[in-house]
Design a protein around this ligand. Structure first.
Ligand code: M6R
Length: 369
């Protein structure tokens, strides 16, 4: 049932183009407008929303962090993202005009479930983004947008994450559509790019051999750092989480702008640093900043592993290893930038002799606090 792959994780990584396409299926009509039939919160209720709060754990939380950039940019509704375990014990300020989005692959994560119960008690509407039909979280929510990733068996979340991102983008675009915010050429272009993204994920998968080879050379390292900016920052966090849970290595993700506020002290000779580079097109200031971050860490001896768009030549002189990803709009880049990090962590785990599908101490769904 692993379909010829050594591990479920490898199979699930390979299934991502289909999972992404399935999650989009039937939700974008040919005219480019969105129909999210399952979102049973009426357009008039959605027009009243004055705040979005996303709650989730682990990888699903990283999807939420990325969603914030999209929601605020496309809809101008303030959006907070919080770990479900923190949210529940914080006495958060919520009311009937707050939309709470609970993201969970399994639909059974206890902290996320408790967070949504708390939100409903405050009178907020709860929308679940979930991969498991009929599980507890969607059952207890006002509405659900299912991700169609298919069953995810490996403990490390891969295809569920990409489809959570797609679902988040759909919700953000739908909110924009219903509320008439920023509903113009930019959004239409994004919808077009989103419809094509599954092919781009496929292209990334076709070029992963050098990433595997690189991972094998790092098997004896004790630490790997990850840097990103904007949506690349949660991608860095996700890359680090994958490495921790699979390779049992010390790994940390940072916002590149924070380097000078502490983390740069960690840079020493030959420490591998993975940098997620935003597109040089569009908001090029982000790109230029990160290029100077790469220069800074390399000058201090870091071994730079740079994930950058095809055609981005500015990074070439500073990249000890260059991983190319297809050009996408900035906000959608996590869909292609995360894939090499999944492959990287999986290969490192294998090289270190770890059990890929069942990492030590972890369970697929965390139904206890
Ligand atoms: O089922 P959920 O999406 O609610 O699970 C949340 C986390 O436990 C999960 O994403 C975990 O972090 C993964 N093992 C990460 O790969």
């Amino acid at each position: 049932e692993k379909g010829g792959y050594d591990y479920f994780m490898l199979k699930e990584i390979a299934e991502q183009p289909k999972a992404v396409a399935d999650t989009l299926l039937g939700r974008i009509d040919p005219s480019g407008s969105l129909t999210l039939d399952e979102v049973r919160i009426s357009p008039s209720e959605l027009r009243e929303i004055d705040k979005v709060v996303i709650v989730a754990c682990g990888t699903a939380f990283h999807a939420g962090l990325i969603a914030k950039y999209a929601i605020e940019h496309w809809t101008r509704i303030p959006c907070e993202v919080e770990l479900a375990s923190e949210f529940r014990y914080r006495d958060p300020i919520l009311d009937g005009r707050s939309l709470v989005i609970a993201i969970s692959q399994s639909g059974e994560t206890m902290d996320t479930l408790m967070a949504l119960r708390h939100a409903r008690e405050q009178g907020s509407k709860v929308l679940a983004i979930c991969n498991t039909n009929g599980s507890t979280i969607p059952r207890e929510s006002d509405a659900v947008l299912y991700t169609h990733a298919g069953p995810e068996v490996a403990v490390a979340s891969t295809k569920a994450f990409l489809t959570q991102l797609v679902a988040c983008y759909l919700v953000a675009l739908y909110l924009g559509q219903v509320r008439g915010t920023k509903w113009g050429d930019e959004i239409q272009a994004v919808i077009k790019d989103l419809s094509r993204i599954s092919e781009e994920v496929e292209r990334v998968l076709d070029t992963m051999e050098p990433v595997r080879a690189l991972a094998r050379t790092l098997a004896t390292k004790s630490t790997v750092l990850f840097l990103g900016r904007h949506v690349g920052y949660p991608v860095a966090l996700e890359g680090a989480l994958k490495l921790k849970e699979l390779a049992y290595m010390h790994a940390e993700g940072f916002a590149a702008g924070e380097l000078k506020h502490g983390p740069i002290a960690l840079i020493e000779e030959d420490v591998p640093v993975v940098v997620v580079v935003p597109s040089p097109r569009g908001r090029s200031v982000l790109h230029d900043k990160i290029v100077s971050n790469i220069q800074e860490i390399r000058a201090r001896g870091a071994r730079t592993i740079v994930i950058a768009e095809e055609g981005d030549e500015a990074v070439v002189p500073y990249a000890d290893h260059l991983i190319r990803i297809p050009a996408t709009p900035t906000l959608l880049q996590p869909l292609v930038a995360t894939v090499p990090l999944q492959v990287f962590a999986c290969e490192l785990a294998t090289a270190r002799g770890n059990e890929v599908d069942q990492p030590r101490n972890l369970a697929k769904s965390v139904t206890v606090e």
